[in-house]
Design a protein around this ligand. Structure first.
Ligand code: MSP
Length: 511
């Protein structure tokens, strides 16, 4: 087993609707990071899953006249199916309704109780019957429900609380001393700003008569556990906390929790304090990405402005969708989604730059050398080869800093150089002059090596395309990649290259 482990998580998605572009984005990011780390030879554990308890889900099930358990069982395959179509190579899929998870949640609560971290008290709030949600006074809009505009009633009920407030100073200090804990900076500052106001204790139960779809509170059958408290624990229960100590000590602390910017507070305030109270180490990083928006509004199931990934995969192919999401925005920023932008990326970056390069190189090899890569002793005299060999570090560095966009930009810079190299060297002119045979061999050997290196580096980003290129080059992406292996020729002598079908066929304009 590799010495270095790498544990990466996605949020657990609510199953009250099918997954959309926002959910696909997080899983594509995590998959790209996980695949890159596997390339580095790390022992990767990549976990995703579903958040299945709470009011939202209970209501969605009731709207369909279904039992919650039956409802969630029917929704989960939509997520698994999308991950399969997107080529998401996760190691474990966790559901908060799994018995293992529920067991860990109960044990965590028993432990926190024994440590004196929980107490029972009255909880006061404003309840909206329409949205079936509790609000604090500050959340109301003109004294009405902020979501539906409906009437609210003041309700007092007995609940259990977690002593979160006493860890406020500790957390501020921790965040200050660990500048990389919350990334990007803007979210870190937001959390530090939030922590300037007094932190309240967290109400961690709901009375069963108001919400029955949840994990029962261990010492009180009249209560169920608040859905966020249950869900956050997945990050440790998924690696065996309080059940499989070997697995837990192997993978915990998580290297990174990738989340959307709307749930940073849960991950960078509640979660670290829960862990601290249990005496468990902090995760290394909470990485927050921005939102995909449509006409200026967040793409979301509740507002109904959905962008359906399945439809886009069908139209443009999985890798065009992955490429667009990874390349279009810098992680942390919002991205305005439009199909026009996706189509532009498809045509210019994928079909013209990458697809065309592959097509030209493979076609010229076929035409001038019977598809066999010619031998050339002086590869390294070519500027393009030096640029190609230097690419590993230009991709590794941003990938370690969680910046896949810059990594792709570096790869595309080499693809652009390679296309220019074709134009400058004009192999079709060289081919006409028998005295230029050697030069022609060098030019095509250079180009084929360049394409091979690019294919290897594309595996984490565009796995399907990279695999077709590698298959055509008779190369495999198995095994560990590093700077040393990357700065040498990759192709075996006498390789017969197969061009195969176009990587990105021209689109018959389908608006
Ligand atoms: N169930 C909670 C998370 C619990 S984690 C222990 C939840 N679920 S969610 O389904 O509502 O959202 C899951 C993730 O999807 C969040 O990180 C959220 O930011 C992300 N996205 C939802 N809509 C999004 C966009 N339009 N764009 C990008 N990501 C967005 O919150």
């Amino acid at each position: 087993m590799a010495d270095k482990k790498y544990y990466i998580t996605t949020p657990l998605y609510y199953v009250n609707a099918k997954p959309h572009i926002g959910h696909a984005y997080t899983n594509i990011l995590c998959d790209t990071f996980a695949r890159f780390r596997r390339y580095l030879g790390e022992d990767v554990f990549f976990m995703t899953g579903t958040d299945e308890h709470g009011t939202k889900i209970e209501k969605a099930a009731r709207d369909q006249n279904m039992e919650p358990k039956k409802y969630v069982d029917e929704m989960v395959p939509h997520f698994k199916d999308l991950w399969e179509q997107l080529g998401i190579q996760y190691d474990y899929f966790i559901r908060t309704t799994d018995e293992d998870h529920k067991e860990t949640v109960r044990k965590v609560l028993e432990d926190l109780g024994a440590r004196g971290e929980l107490y029972k008290d009255n909880y006061q709030g404003w309840y909206s019957v329409k949205s079936e949600t509790f609000y604090a006074k500050a959340e109301l809009v003109d004294g009405k429900c902020p979501d539906t505009g409906g009437e609210v009633q003041e309700i007092v009920e007995e609940n259990y609380f977690f002593r979160m407030s006493k860890y406020q100073d500790w957390l501020m200090d921790y965040i200050r001393k660990n500048p990389d804990f919350i990334q990007p900076e803007i979210r870190r500052n937001e959390i530090l700003g939030f922590l300037k106001q007094p932190l309240q204790d967290l109400c961690i139960t709901r009375p069963k008569e108001r919400l029955s779809w949840g994990i029962p509170y261990p010492s009180s059958p009249e209560h169920v556990i608040y859905v966020w408290f249950d869900a956050l624990i997945n990050y440790v229960s998924g690696v065996g906390y309080k059940r499989n100590e070997d697995q837990f000590s192997r993978y915990w602390p998580a290297d990174v929790h990738v989340v959307g910017k709307d749930i940073v507070r849960h991950h960078a305030v509640y979660w670290p304090i829960m862990l601290k109270a249990c005496g468990v180490q902090m995760p290394h990083k909470v990485l927050a990405h921005g939102w995909w928006t449509l006409a200026g509004a967040k793409v979301s199931k509740s507002s109904g402005n959905i962008v359906d990934p399945i439809e886009l995969i069908r139209k443009y192919g999985v890798d065009a969708f992955r490429y667009f999401l990874l390349r279009e925005v810098t992680i942390g920023y919002d991205g305005a989604y439009s199909e026009d932008l996706l189509r532009q990326r498809y045509t210019s970056d994928l079909a013209n730059d990458l697809g065309n390069l592959w097509f030209r190189v493979a076609s010229m090899l076929a035409k001038y050398f019977g598809a066999v890569v010619p031998h050339a002793d002086t590869l390294e005299s070519e500027g393009l080869i030096r640029e190609t060999y230097a690419l590993w570090e230009k991709v590794r560095e941003p990938m370690m800093a969680y910046d896949p966009r810059s990594a792709l930009e570096a790869i595309w810079a080499v693809i652009t150089s390679a296309n220019q190299y074709v134009e400058e060297n004009k192999p079709w002119v060289l081919a006409k002059d028998p005295k230029s045979k050697e030069r022609l061999a060098l030019v095509l050997a250079t180009l084929t090596e360049c394409v091979a290196h690019v294919a290897v580096l594309l595996v984490p980003f565009l796995p399907k395309t990279a695999q077709s290129m590698l298959a055509g080059l008779k190369l495999s992406s198995d095994g560990v990649m590093n700077a040393d292996k990357f700065s040498r020729p990759l192709l075996r002598k006498g390789t017969q290259v197969e061009r195969g079908d176009a990587l990105f066929p021209r689109m018959e304009v389908e608006a």
